[in-house]
Design a protein around this ligand. Sequence first.
Ligand code: DC
Length: 225
Amino acid sequence: MTHSISIIALDGPAASGKSTLGKKLAEQLNFLFFDTGIMYRAVTLIALESNLNLQDEAAVTQLAQNTQIEIRPPSKEDGRAFDILVGEKDITWEVRRADVDANVSVVSAYAGVRQALTEQQRRIGLRGQVVMVGRDIGTVVLPEADLKIYLDASAEQRAQRRYDELIARNQPADYAEILKKVIERDRIDSTRAVAPLRPAEDAVILDSDQLDREQVFEQALKLCQ
Ligand code: DC
């Protein structure tokens, strides 16, 4: 091989299975797994906890610029893939809260927020040996990625996945409500002015409606080789 793959961009809509695939690929290749959605979630969580008005773009942007988000190896065996810290506060599970889900699309549509977080992501990505997961990795964060994968799935199938996850964690879940939210998040993520969700022109599109988890992984691994 003359040029081995070092930077992998993995994009796609909410709950398409990107994290599962990204984690497995990174493990197999011994690369860093970096889920960029967590950064948008962390800013949203801190904004909610500080009672910031989420409609105030300047205030939320300033918060994103001043918030140091740390991703560290897991300190507990409670199903986490890594620790997420802001200062000394462990927010690993809090970033998955329903109020974060409901507000993160608004926060991630702000240009200033995206700029602040994109810079941090790019710095980490350019070190190489990384599987970076998000919405705009192949198009904006790391357009020079060696391999770009866009993992797609229907809204129904993604809502089912979120529903199953909640049930597995003994949390209340309403399929119709989840589906509505998935569709609304897709709409906001793909119509925003800055870095909307879309496949890069040179991305390989994998459709997880047609393939099960193992097949998606096998196809992605083949692309890496
Ligand atoms: O993948 P996720 O559900 O954790 O993403 C949370 C939100 O962050 C989602 O609304 C889209 C946004 N996001 C983004 O705009 N760009 C990224 N690179 C990653 C996530």
